[in-house]
Design a protein around this ligand. Structure first.
Ligand code: ATP
Ligand code: RIB
Length: 312
């Protein structure tokens, strides 16, 4: 079977990651005995990398700055088998940067400077659809126009669109997105868009009902961290509990989950199977340090599924 061809239109950032016992309060300076490092990231880049590691034939449409970070990101994508023909250098804005603090329990806080990501425009999209993708993946870390335009073109061509709904903004024009195959927010994003904290089954149902009032999608997949995920098509729903792992760093788990779900959905046409596989990929991602560095391969994910039991 041919590899699923995935087009990612999204962000590429350099992640500055520092580990610390906790984050400082306002006005406080903390010293940290943890580690720090720079690594490739960005919701788009993590998604493209994960799609490629899961066995997808992946194209990344992105903009980086004319700086050493930008060159490094393009080189990284190439080394990881991502088609970089659609990654361009923006002369006016620097490469996107994410400042990430990871606390002792593995949770993160992220501030993103979008930089060149925000400049993605029609020129970038012109060639993107020439690759005849099986699916298009988007996140909200570029600009609203490019997200809407990409969906419009994909809808015209009948190509399924998968939206990873972060980072969330309460005033994001979700009603204007167009037709999606999957809309997938995490817990915080679900709260921002609906005002409902998805903490119980009842709230998952209500949150999806609220989302469905504004977003037209075949499936809604809520990513629920250590509780796994909730899948609904508006009529039928299912909760897939998370696999039991030790959490080291949750950064990029959502990106890896959505990419894995997309590749497996294109391979099988079965959203539940796809989310079960994505749960394994998410679990493996949280059990390693880093953003892009923590994303496993398809082989690792399948081995993991064979040897682990699901927690309830
Ligand atoms: P990110 O930190 O990248 O923003 P996210 O908040 O978008 O991640 P999460 O809901 O935290 O996404 O995680 C995505 C998926 O990863 C979950 O749906 C689940 O499958 C897996 N996952 C996350 N946390 C855990 C955990 N503690 N144990 C097992 N699996 C987990
Ligand atoms: O989802 C994780 C990503 O969010 C990081 O790689 C960072 O760049 C931000 O975009």
């Amino acid at each position: 079977m041919a590899k699923p061809r995935i087009l990612v239109v999204g962000s590429a950032n350099v992640d500055f990651i520092m580990r610390a016992e906790r984050v400082p309060s306002a006005g406080e300076t903390l010293t940290s005995n943890g580690s720090y490092g720079f690594m490739p990231g960005g919701k788009g880049m993590n998604t493209a990398l994960a799609a490629s590691r899961m066995g997808g034939d992946t194209l990344m449409c992105a903009r980086v700055g004319a700086d050493s970070f930008g060159n490094r990101l393009i080189g990284f994508a190439k080394e990881n088998g991502i088609d970089t023909r659609l990654m361009t250098i923006d002369k006016k804005r620097p490469t996107g940067l994410a400042a990430i603090t990871v606390e002792a329990d593995g949770t993160n806080r992220i501030t993103v400077y979008k930089g060149a990501n925000e400049a993605l425009g029609d020129d970038d999209l012109e060639e993107a659809f020439m690759c005849y993708p099986d699916a298009v993946m988007l996140q909200f870390e570029t600009n609203d126009y490019i997200v809407k335009k990409t969906i419009e073109i994909a809808n015209e061509k009948g190509i399924p669109v998968i939206v990873d709904a972060g980072p969330a903004r309460a005033d994001y024009p979700l009603f204007d997105l167009g037709r999606l195959k999957v809309f997938s927010p995490n817990e915080n994003e679900t709260f921002t868009y609906t005002g409902i904290r998805p903490d119980s089954h009842n709230e998952y149902v209500h949150a999806v009902m609220k989302l469905a009032e504004t977003v037209e999608s075949d499936y809604y997949v809520l990513k629920l961290g250590g509780r796994g995920c909730y899948i609904s098509d508006g009529k039928f729903s299912e909760i897939l509990p998370a696999y039991n792992v030790e959490v080291v760093d949750t950064t990029a788990a959502g990106d890896a989950f959505t990419a894995a779900m997309t590749v497996e959905y294109i391979r099988t046409g079965d959203i539940i199977k796809a989310c079960r596989y994505a749960n394994a990929v998410g679990a493996l991602t949280v059990s390693k340090r880093g953003s892009s560095a923590s994303i496993p391969s398809d082989a690792e994910a399948r081995r993991f599924m064979e040897t682990h039991k699901i927690i309830f």
